[in-house]
Write a protein that binds this ligand. Structure first.
Ligand code: GDD
Ligand code: MN
Length: 400
């Protein structure tokens, strides 16, 4: 990442800058930008107009642009009475959310306001977000379109409104407790106290960074301020259908953060494996194959299906510890061990513990399922001890 600092005067020195910022209530405005060269000058202008001098402020752009946005920012920053920094990333890791987290890590103030670079979020609200947070002693202040006084005027088209409403409903349903008090978890405009952010615990993926922060950092006190989502000043939205899939993956990642939730999803994926298994069995027996080898082969089809889904939906970010062949081999071994283990286990339950055939089978199914889940986590997707040591050594260096 290249850091281009366009801080006026001696404020470039972080020590001096730290001394400049009055406590409490200084704010770092973090703006993610992707090809917003036609917007950033106006944005800085409006921030200059909106933020009173008694609220010390700095602006950090985290930029993944392929156009001249960083240059335009540098030039416009000359006219700003506050420090402006551009962090340009060569690799847009985590997209918009990843960019915001980089900005949060670079922030030095008590308060961080995250806002878009296209003026859909009115800069005039920045002081109110921080002021409300101070008064309410809150850790997070969300600018919401869904409370009285707010609206989504600038959200173009019935289709986008429907998608936005559906996504909000789904998200609130999946996290009723963690999102209590947040009417607009999809908002990209909010103020958060730096002390409320656990940056290292975040795994941002795409657009919904507030959701990520609310669920993983869980600030203690949350409050909201209404806002009107404006029209874009210039250019067009960078959100794509692909971003929609990224959002669903993000939701699944957040929802399966606990082992119990992961086990449920593991089970659901496992259940869908019956489909390829049965189709395979049908096709193979149709060719005249005896049902025993057909069963064994068809089962491998189910295993492959499960492996594919589990790799992509459940353990996507835990794949790097082993190579594909290693993971596939271990996964297949565990899946087949499950089958081989089940029969003697049923026999054991019946003959040793006097259970009925049905309950013995049910218990054996549950036992092998739990063993398989625990085995898959531990033997396929957990880093080996050597790997985890290496990881903890490199982590702080990456954060520098
Ligand atoms: N650094 C970086 N990297 N910035 C990005 C990226 C990226 O990959 N993608 C988008 N951005 C920046 C844009 O340049 C803009 O400043 C801001 O993130 C929002 O992007 P838009 O493309 O304008 O998003 P939107 O208007 O469709 O969505 C906004 O409103 C939604 C509510 O309907 C965002 O604020 C969403 O987070 C929000 O949910
Ligand atoms: Mn926008």
């Amino acid at each position: 990442m290249s850091q281009e600092s366009t801080v006026p005067g001696e404020l470039g020195d972080p020590a001096v800058r730290g001394a400049e910022i009055a406590e409490p209530g200084a704010v770092t405005i973090v703006v993610p930008t992707f090809n917003e060269s036609a917007n950033v000058r106006e944005l800085l202008h409006r921030i200059t107009e909106s933020v009173p001098t008694r609220l010390p402020c700095e602006v950090v752009f985290v930029d993944d642009s392929t156009d001249d946005t960083p240059e335009v920012i540098s030039e416009a920053a000359q006219d700003c009475p506050f420090p402006v920094t551009v962090l340009h990333r060569e690799e847009p890791v985590g997209g918009l959310g990843g960019a915001v987290v980089e900005g949060i890590k670079a922030a030095t103030s008590d308060w961080i306001v995250v806002m878009d670079g296209d003026l859909q979020h009115p800069p005039s609200l920045v002081p109110e977000l921080v002021g409300t947070g101070e008064r309410a002693n809150a850790g997070l202040v969300v600018a919401s379109r869904y409370i009285k006084g707010g609206s989504r005027e600038g959200l173009a088209g019935g289709y986008r409104i429907a998608v936005s409403r559906g996504a909000t409903w789904l998200t609130k349903t999946l996290f009723p407790r963690k999102l209590r008090g947040i009417s607009d978890p999809m908002s990209g405009f909010f103020a958060i106290r730096r002390s409320a952010v656990t940056a290292e615990a975040l795994k941002p993926l795409g657009y919904k960074i507030l959701l990520e922060l609310a669920v993983r950092s869980r600030p203690r006190q949350v409050t909201e301020v209404p806002f009107v989502f404006q029209d874009r000043f210039a250019g067009e939205s960078k959100s794509t259908a692909q971003e929609g899939f990224r959002f669903l993956r993000h939701l699944l990642g957040l929802r399966t953060a606990s082992p119990v939730a992961r086990m449920v999803v593991f089970g659901l994926i496992g259940a869908t494996g019956f489909i390829p298994n049965l189709v395979g069995l049908w096709a193979l027996t149709k060719t005249g194959m005896h049902y025993v080898p057909a069963e064994i082969l068809a089962n491998q089809l189910g295993v492959a299906w499960n492996f594919y889904l589990i790799e992509h939906l459940l353990f996507r970010d835990r794949r790097r510890h082993r190579n594909w062949w290693d993971r596939a081999g271990r996964f297949a071994l565990l899946a087949n061990a499950d089958l081989v283990l089940r029969i003697p286990l049923i026999a054991l339950f019946i003959h040793k513990f006097g259970m009925g055939a049905l309950s013995a089978t049910a218990l054996a199914l549950i036992t092998t399922f739990v063993l398989r889940f625990v085995g898959t986590e531990a033997l396929v997707y957990l880093p080996s001890r050597k790997g985890s040591r290496k990881e903890s050594r490199t982590a702080p260096r990456r954060a520098e």
